[in-house]
Design a protein around this ligand. Structure first.
Ligand code: PGA
Ligand code: ZN
Length: 435
């Protein structure tokens, strides 16, 4: 009954106005689902490969070949398969590509197909996608703690500041709705401060304020001021989280800070990050070193056991990389980006490997997004603990936050992860006594 009858692709547009792939799946019983592939700007070298046409149109970013592959390769591989058997569906997509990195079909075609099948299966089962995922992956669903960007930088703001994401989390909130409401006040306060200083110049790729700052520290000081103006005590109910995206800063083994006009070796760069965490209430740092520096990541994790050290480009949502990072003590949390993995099953395998080691996992959007809300459901279904989808402005971001608000109505406040993912950090020890 839930057999896949038809899989078709089309070109649609992402939040940067670039082409991307949408896949639509129809089942024999008439149920249907669809999903849109996101796209990153600061990609890890180990990610599933986005298939782009090259050439002149749309700066070489057209997706005609990936859309064609949906019809010529993915549909024949999936026709007749039970849509609720996500493992088989994804194994068939893997086999149809045959390379392991999706360079034949395109990671964009693969991920959109993999996600679309889940939507169709959930529709056939007459259940929300998050509940379908929790059932097939045998996970305990929960409402995640949001991690929300206030200033965008790095590759999302033409390198105006070096650090890519200046974010806040509200682990002291008692519901998802409250966490969003507190963040909304901080976001507004940050915009007001920038406007008063004559520094308001719109927003960056993920909706965070465009970062007109003198230095990276200036951004951190402004963030603290915004938290205070919103009536909060920084470090109590609200903490700061940074995505350094350090691979982007790495030149010849050193880290280039454009605003500070300095180039630091890895030891001095990590010293600088540690100085920031002494001065500011930072509870999480993502990709503090280049994706290539296993020793640097292990060193930073060892020296900072009381914050979340999150691997993004470093782990590229790959279960094998997660296993080897666990073995050598590099990172203590995983960013889960489905399109880095190429299929939902691969992403879930990475999540499970991390969770089994006691790591936190953070389901994440990309900087190039759409109205697609699949990852909101995935984060809830897996009980991933945290969700990162950019800022508080722009529809492709609010689509996800608003979807979790709707989903949360099916849960009680006790099912909100709140500060639990930060239990092992300094924040959990100081303020999370009830966790
Ligand atoms: P990207 O960045 O989607 O541009 O790669 C997002 C992130 O690093 O979390
Ligand atoms: Zn990142």
């Amino acid at each position: 009954m839930r057999e896949i009858a038809r899989v078709s692709g089309r070109r649609v547009w992402d939040s940067r106005g670039r082409p991307t792939v949408e896949v639509e799946v129809a089942l024999r019983d008439g149920s249907a689902g669809r999903a849109i592939a996101p796209a990153g700007a600061s990609c890890g070298s180990g990610e599933a490969i986005d298939l782009r046409d090259g050439g002149r149109s749309f700066g070489g970013l057209d997706v005609t070949r990936a859309v064609v592959a949906v019809g010529t390769d993915i549909e024949p591989a999936l026709r007749g398969v039970d849509a609720a058997d996500q493992a088989l569906v994804d194994a068939r997509i893997d086999a149809a590509d045959g390379t392991g990195d999706f360079s034949v079909l395109g990671g964009n075609a693969a991920v959109a197909a993999s996600l679309a099948v889940g939507h169709a299966a959930a529709a056939a089962r007459k259940m929300p996608l998050w509940a379908h995922y929790a059932d097939i992956f045998q996970t305990a669903p929960s409402i995640p703690l949001p991690e929300i960007q206030i200033f965008g930088g790095g590759a999302h703001a033409a390198r105006r500041v070096d650090v890519q994401d200046f974010m806040v989390m509200v682990p002291g909130a008692s519901s998802f709705d409250e966490a969003l409401a507190v963040t909304a006040e901080i976001y507004r306060a940050a915009g007001e401060i920038m406007s008063e200083r004559g520094q308001l110049q719109g927003v960056a790729d993920e909706g965070g304020w465009w970062p007109v700052f003198e230095s990276n520290e200036d951004a951190l000081e402004t963030l603290v001021a915004a938290i205070e103006r919103a009536g909060e005590v920084p470090g109590e109910r609200v903490v700061i989280s940074l995505d350094i995206a350090a691979t982007q800063l790495c030149v010849d083994g050193g880290y280039q800070l454009v605003l500070e006009e300095s180039r630091l070796d890895e030891t001095r760069f990590l010293d600088l990050l540690e100085e920031w965490r002494r001065r500011f209430p930072i509870a999480a740092i993502e990709d503090p070193v280049s994706e290539k520096s296993v020793a640097g990541m292990a060193n930073f994790t060892r020296r900072n056991p009381d914050i979340q050290v999150i691997g993004d480009d470093f782990l590229v949502t790959d279960a094998r990389r997660v296993e080897s990072a666990i073995a050598c003590g590099a990172c203590n949390a995983l960013l889960v980006k489905v399109n880095q993995a190429g299929t939902v099953s691969r992403a879930v395998a990475a999540h499970k490997a991390a969770a089994a080691a006691g790591w936190g996992t953070i389901v994440s959007a990309r900087s190039g997004e759409s109205e697609d809300v699949s990852i909101a459901h995935l984060s809830v279904g897996l009980g991933a603990g945290q969700l990162k989808v950019g800022s508080f402005a722009r529809g492709e971001r609010t689509a996800k936050w608003n979807e979790v608000l709707r989903i949360a109505e099916h849960f009680g406040d006790g099912d909100f992860a709140a500060g639990a993912p930060l239990a092992s950090t300094w924040w959990g020890k100081r303020y999370g006594s009830g966790l």
